[in-house]
Write a protein that binds this ligand. Structure first.
Ligand SMILES: C[S@@+](CC[C@H](N)C(=O)[O-])C[C@H]1O[C@@H](n2cnc3c(N)ncnc32)[C@H](O)[C@@H]1O
Length: 292
């Protein structure tokens, strides 16, 4: 079966309205952070961030399947010597909007360069917030298992009585808590910390994901033929990886250069076409370029 890549040029707030309800399995995205990279594609003031994002997350909630997952890469910046609170405010506002805040993964940027600041150390991690529509969603944990590693040889040799008899029923987590269950196993489930280098080679976009980042979440939350959406696609890393992994993908960006660049890279793509097919003049201005 052919793998589709649909591209949209325009503001996600408007373009998402063109997607069907409950049609997406996974959203992985990194929106512009508050007030950052102003020179490239405009910044949103930290105080206005929640207000700016909520109409977009409302559409994302509508297009995501009940079994789907939304992974939001975001990090609050420092304003006047203090960490801004807009990410926390956003989480609270999104919960009120109907999102279920399942998990927070940490992306440890293992190649971040050293620096010296008077009141803090270098910032080498970002948030990957996982939101769902409900408590039960598709998750293929075996797809991201990792080798047990050397620690198993030492740690699992010296098990205490508690390690062997830990009562699982209290926490309801079943198998996982009893460490003795892991003796002689080759593979284990990973933690919620992803150790990935930042992308240094991609000169076409100033804030591109490393490919391993969307890849990990695509493996964990989707299977072949599922639909992956990035409403702030930039250089299209999420779509490129989805395409390689035989998932359909949808990408949106407000900047024509990024749209053209991704279209060039991901040929052949199924460009956005309304049904019944409209004439060029009938399409809203921000959608026009998509059917050229
Ligand atoms: C942090 S970058 C994403 C980088 C991307 N993950 C990659 O790997 O290249 C955010 C992108 O969002 C786009 N953008 C900003 N505001 C937007 C909006 N309202 N609607 C759609 N795209 C927007 C920017 O043009 C930019 O390319």
């Amino acid at each position: 079966m052919e793998i589709r890549t649909d591209l949209y040029l325009g503001d996600s707030k408007n373009m998402l309205k063109k997607l069907k309800d409950n049609s997406v399995d996974l959203i992985v995205t990194s929106p512009p952070y508050a007030d950052q990279r102003k020179s490239t594609y405009g910044g949103i003031h930290p105080d206005k961030y929640v207000e700016w994002f909520l109409p977009i997350s409302k559409e994302l909630l509508r297009v995501l399947k009940p079994t789907g997952t939304f992974v939001l890469n975001i990090k609050e910046k420092v304003v006047d010597g203090e960490r801004s609170t807009y990410v926390m405010e956003l989480i609270i506002a999104m919960r009120k909007q109907g999102w279920f805040w399942t998990e927070e993964f940490m992306w440890h940027k293992k190649n971040s360069y050293p620096g010296k600041w008077p009141n803090r150390f270098r910032d080498s991690w970002e948030r990957l917030l996982q939101f769902n529509k409900q408590k039960h969603f598709n998750m293929y944990q075996e797809e991201v298992m990792v080798p047990m590693g050397d620690w198993a040889k030492t740690r699992l040799k010296k098990l205490s009585e508690t390690d062997k008899t830990r009562d699982n029923s209290k926490v309801g987590s079943g198998f996982g808590k009893n460490i003795s269950n892991w003796v002689d196993r080759e593979m284990a489930y990973p933690s919620n910390v992803l150790h990935l280098a930042t992308e240094c080679n991609n000169k076409k976009h100033s804030a591109a994901f490393p490919e391993e980042l969307p890849e990990w979440f695509i493996k964990l939350f989707t299977k072949e033929q599922d639909v992956v959406l990035d409403p702030f696609m930039g250089s299209g890393t999420t779509l490129t990886v989805a395409n390689r992994m035989r998932r359909h993908s949808i990408g949106i960006d407000i900047i024509p250069e990024y749209y053209d660049m991704v279209r060039e890279q991901l040929k052949p793509v199924a460009l956005y076409i309304l049904e019944p097919k409209p004439t060029y003049e009938q399409i809203e201005p921000e959608g026009r370029i998509a059917i050229r």
